[in-house]
Ligand binder design. Structure first.
Ligand code: NAD
Ligand code: UD1
Length: 340
């Protein structure tokens, strides 16, 4: 069975993907700086899967550390989750974001090349589309990211595609995630944001455990049925399964770069999320109606057809599943891993 190195594997999506990889029989090692995560996540991954991945606490920009990990792990492929991901931070300090995200990937790929590891699955984002011309958004839609974070994702996609074009021994999957939410159903791992969450679901979960009095609801005058913005929320375990499908596909497609939207194909409003989470938590989840948040698009959801056709993957978990599993995590870890 194959061996994989997971950068950023202690983080939210990486840790859930580690569980899916271990359960599918992969040998898994994680390289993570723990800049935005905790080693406790790796312990919990081990508890769920019955095998704990080896953890290298290191930065992707640290060449000697990468060479050491590559030599010891001898992976067949790398799943690259590591990076900075806050939109407002990237607007405030673009140089930090360009340096961190681009450098991490370039240094990682150079180390992969030295080690003869030429298969990569990259965490991209639907944010590369900006405001779409058509819905649902296919992978062929125009890309025009509206913030530096999104630009780093698009530039990294281009960097990876150039490497594959230059040497057909490489292959890559660029996975454009829509809005990942939820948690492993065990409730042992989940999203653990530092500070006040900028995203909808983690903020609402913190309202449910009493860390905030109400949700700031950004925008009730969008041209949508209930006036709130529509997004494509996807269960993080469906997303994890998408990585496994992409990884398998790379085994049989050297010399190619594949780009896939990972979403459900359904647009869901902010108020629909609030209602679903009320159902899961039993909490009234009050909100305060505010103006639109600058930079938000009214509607964004995926055409996930290409992933179905080429990978045989589609999301199967419902919004109710996402809320139930997110609550299993948040209700048992009200302060996240930091409170453990
Ligand atoms: P996260 O912050 O929970 O996980 C990222 C992990 O990478 C963290 O454990 C962090 O400590 C680590 N890390 C950061 N920089 C590093 C570096 N230079 N070297 C080693 N480790 C480093 O974030 P997440 O939500 O799990 O996101 C994972 C990836 O998916 C990111 O690349 C993110 O941009 C992308 N993505 C996330 C979302 C989302 O909504 N969460 C949506 C689209 C794309
Ligand atoms: C944000 C990021 C995007 C990233 C995605 C997934 C921005 C502009 N975009 O997208 O790059 O890929 O997260 O992590 O930040 N909302 C509230 N109150 C809140 C938080 C959010 O009303 O406290 C609303 C937002 O206005 C939006 C919806 O909920 O309409 C979803 O917001 P969020 O979870 O932040 O995701 P995106 O805006 O889609």
């Amino acid at each position: 069975m194959a061996t994989v190195l997971v950068t950023g594997g202690a983080g939210y999506i990486g840790s859930h993907t580690c569980v899916a990889l271990l359960e599918a029989g992969y040998e898994v090692a994680v390289l993570d700086s723990l800049a935005n995560s905790s080693a406790a996540a790796i312990d919990s991954v081990g508890e769920i899967a019955g095998r704990r991945p080896r953890l290298y606490v290191a930065d992707c920009r640290d060449e000697p550390a990468l060479d050491k990990a590559m030599a010891e792990v001898r992976p067949d492929a790398v799943l690259h989750f590591a990076g900075l991901k806050s939109v407002p931070e990237s607007v405030a300090d673009p140089i930090r974001y360009y340096r961190h995200n681009l450098e991490s990937t370039a240094v990682l790929m150079a180390a992969m090349e030295r080690a003869g590891v030429r298969r990569i699955v990259f965490s991209s984002s639907a944010t590369v589309y900006g405001e779409p011309d058509l819905l649902p958004v296919p992978e062929t839609a125009a890309t025009r990211p509206a913030n530096p974070y999104g630009s780093t994702k698009l530039m990294i996609e281009q960097m990876i595609a150039d490497v594959v074009r230059a040497d057909s021994r490489w292959s890559a999957a660029l996975l454009r995630y829509f809005n990942p939410v939820g948690a492993h159903p065990s409730g042992l791992i989940g999203e653990d944001p530092e500070g006040v969450p900028g995203n909808l679901m983690p903020y609402l979960l913190q309202v449910a455990v009493g860390r905030h009095p109400h949700l700031p609801l950004y925008g009730t005058d969008y041209p949508t049925p209930d006036g709130t913005a529509l997004r494509d929320y996807i269960h993080v375990m469906d997303l994890a399964d998408g990585h496994l499908a992409a990884l398998k596909h790379l085994e049989t497609s050297p010399g190619q770069t594949h780009t896939y939207n990972l979403g459900t194909g359904q647009g869901v409003s902010v108020l629909e999320v609030v209602a679903a989470l009320r159902g899961a938590t039993g909490h009234p989840l009050p909100y305060e109606e505010l103006d639109r948040r600058p930079g938000d698009v009214p509607e964004l959801w995926a055409d996930p057809g290409q992933a179905l056709r080429e990978l045989g993957w589609s999301a199967s978990r419902t919004l109710a599943d996402m809320c139930r599993d997110a609550w299993a995590w948040q209700s048992t870890h009200p302060q996240g891993f930091r409170g453990d």
